[in-house]
Ligand binder design. Sequence first.
Ligand SMILES: COc1ccc2nc(C(=O)O)sc2c1
Length: 246
Amino acid sequence: MHVDIVSIFPEYFRPLELSLIGKARARGVLDVHLWDLRDFTHDPHRTVDDTPYGGGPGMVMRPEPWGETLDAVRAEAARLGVDAPLLIVPTPAGELLTQRAAERYAAEPWLAFACGRYEGIDERVLLDARRHMRVEEVSIGDYVLAGGEAATLVIVEAVARLLPGVVGNQASVLDDSHAQGLLEGPAYTKPAVWRGLEVPEVLLSGNHAAIARWRREQAIRRTAVRRPELLDALPPGSLTPHEEAL
Ligand SMILES: COc1ccc2nc(C(=O)O)sc2c1
């Protein structure tokens, strides 16, 4: 997968050189190209923002540098044989990111991210981008960040870990919270007793069927308490009558 990230803070993405994603990049599973928006300005101060039409607080990101940068991103994608990357624009006004969306993004050959700052990007940038690319406006939660960079890091990590070969044990990806529409239950490791706290006996029993049953029940109970709406969203018949009663 190829990922383009446009930002005025490309150094914000140093974390993508570390750990799982850094290793995936070193192995060629993932290719990340950072674009500095200021490289596509033409004034001495490399200006990327201006006051909002209609007044109001803060500044809005100017359309010209964005238009030129996204043209360059598209040209690079075309040069490498991709007719149009999916452009993801993190914004508080976006659709909420879900695991299903991350799975959909993981199937794309090429993702581009437009990281806004200030009060956002001139709307015409998105309108123009939609003439040439699929564009999705995405939020990572019901809170507001200072810009799209942190959200882009979250989305890239949620997507990259789904790519084959990135996470060593692919089975662990399938059992993660939200992977099956449920929250993960509690996990334990050695020692069997720590500060007087014991590991649940079933996990020491070696009875794999009982362990699997216990883990699923724990996941259902935790989901029912913390995120009941996820249970409501499960496909009909996902829970047995016994599990429904938990
Ligand atoms: C100006 O660009 C921004 C500002 C805040 C913000 N908050 C996000 C979120 O997903 O919470 S994405 C995002 C982009």
